[in-house]
Design a protein around this ligand. Structure first.
Ligand code: HEM
Length: 120
């Protein structure tokens, strides 16, 4: 079961990397877009996040429900915005900044709110 959790965590982090990388790589572009990769990365982070909760709870572990609830809320907003705008040729810089800020917000919640490996 531990290998399943770690495999899901790897996919979870890859999904997040694709989302954030896809957004940041457009920083200097005039025409910003929600690419299929950005949308897919957001979807992968949500699906693997939910699966991680299932695997951790099935193993008798406990997740911080408030933290997960906040992450899920932010992630659903990111995914909804990405799905709604991914067919457009161009998105506004304002929407790009919102997507970037929400993505960084999500990883900040993951890391600063009860870190999985305790405090340093
Ligand atoms: C773009 C959105 C997301 C980002 C950037 C993100 C980021 C991260 C990061 C960096 C970790 C590793 C650090 C840690 O364990 O706290 C993590 C773990 C985790 N995430 Fe997310 N996450 C996102 C969305 C979600 C969602 C939507 C859920 C669930 C509904 C979720 C559930 C989890 C769980 C359960 C872990 C712990 C894994 C473990 O301890 O094995 N995440 N996430």
């Amino acid at each position: 079961m531990e290998i399943v959790r770690l495999g899901l965590l790897l996919l979870h982090l890859l999904g997040f990397s694709v989302l954030l990388g896809g957004l940041i790589s457009q920083a200097r572009q005039q025409n910003k877009q929600v690419t299929g990769l950005v949308r897919g990365g957001a979807g992968l982070a949500v699906v693997t996040g939910l699966a991680l909760v299932g695997v951790i709870e099935a193993n008798g572990g406990a997740v911080d429900t408030a933290k997960i609830g906040v992450k899920l809320g932010i992630s659903v907003v990111i995914l909804a915005l990405a799905v709604r705008t991914s067919r457009r040729d161009k998105i506004s810089t304002g929407l790009w900044i919102i997507l970037l800020a929400l993505s960084i917000g999500d990883v900040s919640v993951a890391l600063f709110w009860s870190p999985a490996h305790g405090s340093y």
